[in-house]
Design a protein around this ligand. Sequence first.
Ligand code: PNS
Length: 164
Amino acid sequence: MSRRLAVYPGSFDPPHNGHLDIIARCLPLFDELLVAVLRNEEKRPLFSVEERVEMIGGLVGDHRRCRVESFSGLLVDFMDRVGATIIVRGLRALSDFEYEFQMALMNRRLNPRVETVFMMPKDEYSYLSSRLVKEVFALGGNLAGLVPEAVLVHLKEQLPQGPA
Ligand code: PNS
C-alpha cells in the first residue's frame, strides 16, 4: 500500500503554537507530513524562507515522519513534484472559511487528484495568527504560551524594539 503523504503549506512567518498543534494532530492520521513553506519574498515576510524552514525544522526536528521544505510557484505543482495528493490546512474561525474554500476549490480545479483536509487547532489557538504574533511582539505584548521559545528568540533578533 502506498504511503499517505500530506502537505501542510503556509507562510509560517513566523510559526506559532497553532501551527505546531496542527502538525501534532496530523501525525497520527498520515504516514508522512511535509511542511511546505512558501517562498513569498514579494509579500515582504519578516523572516526569510531559509529562516522559516530552519525554525520549523528545529521545532519538529526529531520527528522522523515530518520534514520541512520550501516551495515557490503553484502549490499543486509542488504536490505533483513530491508525489502528494493531500493538502492540510488549519481552520480557525469562520473568517478563514471563504479564503480556504476558494483555495481548496481552485486547487482541486487545477489538479483534480488533490484533496484538501481541514483541521481545527486547539481552541486556545483559534484566534492566533502569525500577523498578530508579529504585531503583539513589536508592541511589547506577552506571547507566552502562544509561540515557542525558539521563535521568540528569532523575533527578538528581528524586532529588537519588542519586549526586553
Ligand atoms: O499561511 P498562508 O499565507 O495562509 O498560506 C497560503 C498558501 C501558501 C497555502 C497559499 O498562498 C499558496 O498555496 N500559495 C502558492 C501559490 C498558489 O498555489 N496559489 C494558488 C492557490 S489556489
